[in-house]
Design a protein around this ligand. Structure first.
Ligand SMILES: Cc1cc2nc3c(=O)[nH]c(=O)nc-3n(C[C@H](O)[C@H](O)[C@H](O)COP(=O)(O)OP(=O)(O)OC[C@H]3O[C@@H](n4cnc5c(N)ncnc54)[C@H](O)[C@@H]3O)c2cc1C
Length: 346
């Protein structure tokens, strides 16, 4: 019997699997597809990423110095004088994370999780080819989480649809700031992110809206070509509970993302670490400590981030004073901690 079965070898599942395996637990890591494929996101993260994983050139594509936010003809610069963040090669990053988990003994299997049953102090996990017994089951299987469905846990409150394309440039990219376009989407924003040899252009819209048409309008305005398109769901606002019996969710499956940017890597990695610190496979009641711990760490920031997200839906003239204020308060602000804009210290 495994101590813990982790479904999904995305970055959060791999991190969680590694953390438990490092503690000497028997870990099964299930992945239905090819690690890192299809491309799942931009990979724009704060410097804090290296509080969670070792610094490696192989997956860092670009160092970023701040952002420029465009609002109906006006532009606001944030943090351009400092090195604030990185753009990662997400395929390389996801592969690296999965390799690290395997290296410390997580039993990686290319199988699709299908269903589970909790009975007599264990969970029986059914995949497309085997059945396993495990003391705990962790759903790190992304926004549409099959584990969440099987465990009858609620889904996050809101889902956006993100879509992006890469425009290859001749020669290395000099621009080292990201751009945010508040008028390209309703209720969210568009972005232009410099990579090593290309610019990524993308946007997110509420589910049900035609993201492709928004991207085409954006392409006309900014003069880029749409070649290959990548897309994915961005879950936001975690449900009231992400734990039940011997099951818990982590990462996108739990909606642990930043509502004002859609970024999920740092919050998901943080939650995975809290799970590894608090949860004991021999004592499933410790799942309550995980539930309390990650909420204490992240929910305040998620709520503040959601208030910021709501400002994107305002008419541009009403956004203007908030942008002005944000710019003037942003000197010591941290991109993962929107409460820092309000003067809160960690
Ligand atoms: C357009 C877009 C842009 C983004 N940009 C950023 C950004 O700049 N910065 C940032 O921090 N975040 C960004 N994100 C969010 C980020 O991609 C996610 O938060 C992150 O991928 C979450 O990792 P995860 O491991 O929880 O889930 P995922 O990366 O989705 O991994 C889940 C894994 O589970 C596997 N799986 C699913 N179902 C099963 C099953 N039944 N059985 C077995 N395996 C299964 C999947 O194949 C996948 O490998 C963006 C997202 C999108 C859509």
């Amino acid at each position: 019997m495994y101590d813990i079965t982790v479904v999904g070898a995305g970055p959060i599942g791999s991190h969680l699997a590694r953390k438990f395996a490092e503690q000497g637990h028997e870990v099964l890591l299930l992945e239905k597809g090819k690690v890192g494929k299809p491309l799942k996101g931009t990979g724009h993260v704060s410097k804090d990423i290296f509080d969670h994983v070792p610094e490696k050139d192989k997956f860092v594509e670009k160092e970023i110095h701040g952002a420029v936010v465009h609002n109906n003809g006006s532009s606001f610069s944030f943090g351009r004088d400092r090195h604030t963040s990185y753009v990662l090669d997400r395929v390389e990053f996801d592969r690296y994370m999965a390799k690290r988990a395997r290296k410390v003994g997580a039993d990686f299997r290319r199988e699709r999780f299908i269903d589970m049953k909790t009975k007599k102090g264990k969970v029986t996990v059914k995949t497309d080819s085997e059945e396993y017994e495990t003391k705990l089951l962790a759903g790190c299987d992304g926004p549409l989480s099959d584990v969440r469905v099987a465990a009858e846990l609620s889904k996050p409150e809101l889902f956006l649809h993100g879509i992006f394309t890469n425009q290859i440039e001749v020669g290395p990219i000099q621009q080292n700031h990201v751009e945010v376009f508040l008028d390209t989407s309703e209720g969210f924003f568009g972005w232009k992110v410099p990579r090593k040899e290309s610019f990524e252009y993308g946007l997110a819209v509420e589910l049900g809206k035609d993201s492709r048409t928004y991207l085409e309008d954006f392409a006309k305005k900014e003069g880029f070509n749409i070649s290959q398109v990548y897309s994915g769901m961005i879950p936001m606002l975690p449900p009231e509970k992400v734990t039940k019996n011997r099951v818990f969710l982590c990462g996108d499956a739990a909606g642990q993302t930043k509502p004002f940017s859609g970024g999920g890597l740092i919050y998901g990695l943080t939650a995975a670490e809290i799970a590894a610190e608090t949860v004991d496979p021999e004592k499933p009641t410790t799942l309550e400590q995980y539930e309390e711990g990650w909420r204490e760490e992240l929910m305040g920031e998620i709520k503040t981030g959601n208030r910021i997200r709501k400002l994107y839906g305002l008419p541009s003239f009403l956004r203007y004073p908030f942008l002005w204020l944000g710019k003037h308060r942003s000197k010591h602000a941290h991109m993962d901690r929107p409460k820092s804009l309000l003067g809160y210290k960690k």
